[in-house]
Design a protein around this ligand. Structure first.
Ligand code: ZN
Length: 378
């Protein structure tokens, strides 16, 4: 087949295509055929293909949100994966520990398999996962690293890491919390995966917790408020946080309903402590605000002065790398699955709200116009 008579299923025309992985930033058409990216060029003749007019929009790789909760109907937090994906331009999402050894098969069968978007999961150290909000490891008997590892080995394409929420009210204080932190680190090591640690009201000193983590492990909620944290009383990253980053520990936003403080994020960005990955922690108590969706969290980072290309990078290619999937997701390249976000960016006044209820007037609005997964418009 030569270039003249090549036929396509879909052409996304006239948008500003930004693909951080290949350093592409320019007005291009993107053609899709058989669910894959077929061609990216300044002008593509659509022929009989369906056309999406992306004039005035950004066309990016489908967004990669590495912190969501989508075990809907089986856990307190779960929202609908396809709903947040479609609304948010998110084609790949990582459920952060909704499941443990007692309920992961349902997650695979009822959530992952039927979803249009690509859903992956982290295995919770707690065998009950996040069924309830009341503390999955308050009773230490719920810790089941052995069962969790077996689940990861049963579905290695779905469960790509481990999770623990290391807040005292959730895992117990002092020695009990320390024990669960150690169990989680060992579980991830023995499973051959990374560990994502939610930092909250930590039961042990933050420096001690960070020192346990290995390169490739992820600290989520990195812009949370409060003491015993990644930042000192002058809002500067602590020596322990910098040392962890230097060792290869990764930092994720995980906005959520309690973990994104505007002033903290602003001073962190000013101090050069940019999160590796922008993520939402979308769940039932924040989907109608303050989080809403992935583009809104990205817009908040734009508003804090992070350049657009950097924001796109840390919402696509970088998180794909954080979770070890750059061979599959996070980039727009010929022959890759056509996971694409068409986003509208407007510079106008928007009222944002952080997790503490603080409102501020921002100047960037970002919304998903179209979400395309494997060539299908969702
Ligand atoms: Zn979460």
């Amino acid at each position: 087949m030569n270039a003249q008579n090549q036929s396509f299923d879909l052409v996304i025309a006239g948008g500003r295509v930004i693909d951080p992985a290949t350093s592409l930033d320019g007005i291009r058409d993107v053609a899709v055929s058989g669910g894959k990216v077929a061609k990216i060029a300044p002008e593509i003749e659509p022929g009989g293909a369906r056309t999406v007019d992306a004039t005035g929009c950004l066309v990016t790789p489908g967004l990669v949100d590495i912190h969501v909760h989508v075990y809907r109907g089986a856990t307190f937090w779960g929202v609908d994966a396809d709903e947040i994906g479609t609304k948010g331009g998110t084609t790949t999402m990582l459920d952060a520990g909704s499941t443990g050894s007692q309920n992961y098969r349902g997650f695979k069968e009822w959530i992952v398999d039927p979803a249009c978007v690509r859903v992956l999961g982290l295995m919770n150290l707690s065998e009950i996962g996040l069924v309830s909000y009341k503390g999955e490891l308050n009773d230490p008997a719920f810790a089941d690293p052995t069962g969790g590892i077996a689940g990861i080995q049963e579905f290695p394409g779905t469960f790509i890491g481990c999770k623990v929420r290391l807040s005292g009210p959730l895992v117990g204080w002092g020695q009990q919390g320390r024990h669960h932190a150690q169990q989680a680190v060992t579980m991830a090591h023995d499973a051959g995966t990374f560990l994502m640690v939610h930092i909250g009201n930590s039961p042990i000193p933050m420096g001690e917790l960070l020192s346990m983590l290995r390169p490739g492990d992820i600290v989520t909620h990195c812009y949370r408020a409060g003491t015993n944290n990644l930042f000192d009383e002058h809002d500067q990253p602590t020596a322990a946080a910098r040392a962890a980053r230097d060792r290869g520990v990764l930092f994720d936003i995980g906005h959520g309903s309690g973990s994104f403080q505007y002033e903290r994020a602003r001073s962190a960005v000013a101090a050069g402590f940019m999160a590796d990955s922008i993520s939402t922690d979308l769940h039932v108590t924040n989907i109608n605000g303050p989080v809403h969706d992935m583009p809104t969290t990205m817009a908040k980072m734009l508003d804090l002065g992070v350049p657009l290309l950097e924001v796109i990078h840390r919402s696509t290619w970088e998180p794909a790398g954080v979770i070890g999937l750059q061979d599959q997701v996070g980039s727009l390249q010929v022959d890759r699955e056509a996971d694409i976000a068409v986003l509208r960016h407007q510079e106008r006044e928007v009222v944002f709200t952080d997790s503490m209820g603080t409102e501020w007037t921002g100047h960037h609005e970002l919304k998903a116009e179209h979400t395309i997964r494997a060539g299908e418009i969702l």
